[in-house]
Design a protein around this ligand. Structure first.
Ligand code: ACO
Length: 405
């Protein structure tokens, strides 16, 4: 146990947040950190390479809806072009689930595919971890729905709310539960159905050429107001089955996760939250506070700086050289962000692949979907060093290094 001494107190910042103000010393196994009185106190644990056997991925799967929406389809309902969307985001087409289908449906199907790929019996899964930004209901989350839809016994089921970084956080949680002996086999799922927050209203039918009349001028203008983010998203789910590994050179070698609430409004949904009374009302809907608000350029800048930082950090923690990484499975926010990460790390296109052209940004699902596709393509052979990386709303970000057994 480390020694901790020094007085700890709190002050309230001008924005209403509590801030720790104290001099804190931590000794023992932890890094000694001393903060001055009046500065935020930080107890910082080193991101040391793990000294336990890392968890291994024994199966993967994915599920995407059949319905494809191209950029030209979107151009029917808003002022945009295929050329603009391709050049600025890399998205060519995305899939949308049918109305009434939820993230739990796609997640359960991806989970089932991963269980089949792992060649285990569903009864062997003893913990379910689901990551989604778009749950079927505001409450509860989808983890128990997925557990039920998969016909699993009444195992523990966790919901993760870290948006684009949700899968990475879920993987870390699974690894920790397995390492602690709390579970033998974990199912980790990233799944999203974004349709509910896309502003298309009646014009959904126009996307598929199923409306007898074109969008009204007001509908077209409203859709255009949200075009900078609405063209990015698509629906999908990816899943992995994780088990405790058998040797310390393979499996999850290290994970570096970070968060910073100061970046909270890079992308967030400003309304429909329980700090309001009531949490939803007509005035919020009229002001469109139930739709995401995004500061695109700032988000871009942070993502291309912080994702590479996390990758370099986890490589340092695990004493791995960047050039030894075979493939970076990066969150597919948009192709330009992935290219920015690639450039920052001096890697080639093959090492940092992109599949956003086919699915759009599927938030928590991009990383497991891309991983599954690479695995099925034979791009993750035995011994391959894989780096998972993500950045998203919160802000939450991070990276994990994984060696395929
Ligand atoms: N079609 C046509 N024109 C558009 C569209 C569109 N879909 N969207 C915006 N524009 C126009 C704008 O109206 C603006 O026009 P103006 O110059 O006449 O005013 C022009 O394009 C430039 O708009 P900006 O918003 O300044 O464009 P920018 O160069 O910043 O690119 C983009 C926008 C692509 C969203 C960029 O900011 C970006 O990549 N940001 C990162 C956001 C992101 O990836 N979010 C993903 C979700 S969060 C996550 O997963 C981490």
């Amino acid at each position: 146990m480390p020694d901790v001494n020094g007085a700890v107190g709190v002050s309230i910042t001008r924005r209403g947040y509590l801030r720790a103000v104290a001099a804190v010393r931590v000794r023992g196994d932890d890094t000694a950190t001393v903060s001055r009185i009046g500065e935020p106190a930080r107890l910082r644990r080193p991101d040391a390479a793990r000294d336990l056997v890392g968890s291994i991925i024994i199966g993967s799967g994915m599920d995407v809806p059949d319905t494809i929406v191209t950029n030209d389809n979107l151009a029917r309902v808003m002022d945009t072009t295929d050329e603009w969307i391709r050049r600025r985001t890399g998205v060519v087409e995305r899939r949308f689930a049918a109305a009434g289908e939820g993230a739990s449906d796609l997640g359960a199907r991806a989970g089932l595919a991963a269980i089949a790929d792992a060649a285990i019996h569903p009864e062997e899964v003893d913990v379910v971890i689901t990551a989604t930004m778009t749950p079927d209901f505001l409450a509860p989350g989808i983890a128990s729905l997925v557990q039920h839809k998969l016909g699993l016994s009444t195992v523990a089921a966790y919901d993760i709310r870290q948006q684009c970084s949700g899968f990475l956080y879920g993987l870390e949680m699974a690894d920790a539960l397995l390492a602690a002996g709390k579970a033998e086999t974990a199912l980790v799922i990233g799944t999203e159905v974004h349709g509910g927050f896309l502003p298309f209203g009646e014009t959904w039918a126009n996307l598929f050429d199923e409306s007898p009349h074109p969008p009204t001028e007001a509908e077209y203008e409203r859709n255009t107001r949200f075009r900078s983010w609405s063209v990015l998203f698509g629906d999908g789910a990816g899943a992995v089955v994780v088990r405790r590994g058998t040797d310390e050179d393979t499996g999850i070698l290290g994970v570096r996760l970070r968060s910073d609430g100061a970046l909270f409004d890079l992308i967030h949904v400003p309304g429909v939250g329980f700090s309001r009374r009531p949490y939803v009302d007509a005035s919020q809907l009229d002001a469109e506070l139930h739709l995401p608000s995004m500061r695109g350029r700032e988000l871009f800048r942070n993502a291309v700086e912080l994702m590479p930082d996390a990758i370099r950090g986890v490589a340092e923690d695990t004493k791995v050289e960047l050039e030894d990484i075979d493939v970076v499975v990066a969150h597919q926010a948009n192709a330009r962000i992935v290219e920015g990460v690639r450039r920052a790390l001096g890697m080639d296109e093959d090492t940092v692949p992109i599949n956003i052209d086919r699915y759009g940004n599927t938030t928590a699902a991009t990383v497991p979907i891309l991983f599954h596709e690479l695995r099925m393509d034979g791009r993750i052979p035995s011994g391959a060093l894989v780096c998972f990386a993500a950045f998203g709303a919160g802000a939450h970000w991070g990276a994990a290094l994984y060696r395929e057994p």
